[in-house]
Design a protein around this ligand. Structure first.
Ligand SMILES: *Cc1c(COP(=O)(O)O)cnc(C)c1O
Length: 429
């Protein structure tokens, strides 16, 4: 029997296996046929503490029986208030910068990015109405970025085969070259030049570009990018959708650079990965540009499920876990275990360019046909599936982004499978 389900980022014509998963616990997925899979990518970068975390599951169950959903335009509920206060407390702080002080809820990373872009343009639009500035529209982006799959989020992301069909709809942006090691100055000079032309905002993935291939750059560069934007009054937007919630070794990766952005998007791990929720945080100047007695200045964005109470309750439980448990300690231990094994794998001539930030590790397989559209990705995916491991390589880049509860035995099994993949698919230089 064929299924009517149309899967995302999946070529149905290749007739790859589609495993049926019935249950999950910790880092383990249980298949309907009795097998298990170690979740090496946190089910697409969302699961942080582990699947079906008891505290989060209990919070969802309790909230579902009390208040499920409420129109959020002018009504509120305690879970949303608690998440907003918690986010403001935990967000990056610095004595030199205005703090992030306002929280706008939505339901996915893409939407949180759309909201960030709309806030930035809304800021300049409303300032212009007051005669305080010229309207600014242009957005600067970093080469190889990924910010989501809606039209605005695609517009500020890397162009390629994955968005070619919609190119005519994507708006024009200014692209700043990626700060590869040794080329940081080119990046910063290009940003300085672009900022002199009064763009509205610059949006970045802080410290590591995820979907672009796990490309890492230094906190010093992030800090300098923020400083250049501040000097030119260009709004600095950080997309912490993937990097947030501990992935890079700190709760948010901006902390490592001492940067407080004007606008910050968070999603994925905000509920521990159990249920969709997203938030866009902004400083008071962004909020105040929309605050007025004039109704035409209000922030025109909403979705039906904005700040869904069940999702907010899950986020409240996640924030409590962060406050009360040694999550960063768990992350540090896992990160160390990954680093030791990655160093060893880096010696294997089938691999090159091992790199790691926090609990994200990546390495490139030296293979004959390595492009994004080559069949290497699906073949590797099928191989790892046979090994009982869920990994989803980006072309020839194999990366791990496991939940923080992954144990040593599971980590060993993943690295054994990587080594075996090198033997089978690698073509040493
Ligand atoms: C995943 C991701 C998004 C999009 O989030 P969705 O919840 O999938 O819409 C945006 N930005 C970054 C950096 C991401 O990794």
């Amino acid at each position: 029997m064929t299924s009517p389900v149309w899967h995302p980022f999946f070529q149905h014509g290749l007739e790859e296996a589609i495993p049926l998963v019935s249950r999950a616990e910790g880092a383990l997925l249980h298949l309907a046929d009795g097998g298990t899979l170690i979740d090496g990518i946190s089910s697409w970068w969302v699961t942080t503490h582990g699947h079906c975390h008891p505290r989060i599951a209990a919070a969802i169950a309790a909230q579902a029986g009390q208040l499920d959903q409420l129109v959020f335009a002018g009504y509120t509920h305690e879970p949303a208030e608690q998440v907003a206060r918690g986010l403001i407390d935990l967000a990056p702080h610095s004595t030199d910068c205005d703090p992030l002080a306002h929280v706008f809820f939505s339901d996915s990373g893409s939407t949180a990015v759309e909201v960030a872009l709309k806030m930035a343009l809304g800021y300049w639009h409303n300032r212009a109405l007051d005669g305080l500035a010229d309207p600014r529209h242009r957005i600067l982006v970093l080469q190889h970025s990924y910010h989501g799959d809606t039209i605005g989020a695609m517009s500020v992301g890397e162009r390629g085969v994955y968005n070619a069909a919609w190119t005519p709809l994507l708006f024009d942006v200014g692209t700043i070259p990626f700060p590869y090691h040794g080329q940081e100055k080119e990046t910063l000079d290009a940003l300085e030049t672009a900022c002199a032309q009064n763009p509205a905002a610059f949006i970045v993935e802080p410290l590591i570009l995820g979907a672009g291939g796990m490309l890492i750059y230094s906190p010093a560069v992030l800090q300098e990018m923020a400083a250049i934007c501040a000097r030119h009054d260009v709004l600095f937007i950080v997309d912490e959708v993937m990097t947030g919630w501990g992935r890079t070794g700190t709760l948010f990766s901006c902390e490592q650079a001492g940067v407080v952005p004007d606008i910050m998007a968070v999603a994925k791990g905000i509920t521990g990965g159990a249920i969709p929720l997203a938030a866009t945080l902004a400083t008071s100047r962004i909020f105040d540009a929309h605050r007025s007695t004039d109704r035409s200045r209000l922030f025109y964005h909403s979705s039906s499920y904005t700040a869904n109470a069940i999702a907010c309750a899950a986020a409240v439980a996640n924030l409590a876990i962060w406050r009360e448990e040694d999550v960063l300690g768990r992350i540090a231990t896992l990160s160390k275990g990954m680093a030791e094994r990655l160093a060893q794998l880096g010696e294997d001539p089938a691999f090159t360019n091992p790199r790691q930030l926090g609990v994200i590790a990546a390495i490139d397989l030296i293979a004959a046909d390595a492009g994004y559209l080559s069949d290497l990705g699906p073949r590797l995916r099928a191989f790892f599936l046979e090994q009982g491991i869920l990994l989803r390589p980006l072309g020839n880049t194999i990366y791990l982004m496991p939940p923080y509860c992954l144990d040593v035995d599971q980590l060993d099994r993943i690295f054994a499978a990587l080594s075996k993949a090198g033997d089978i698919f690698g073509v040493p230089a």
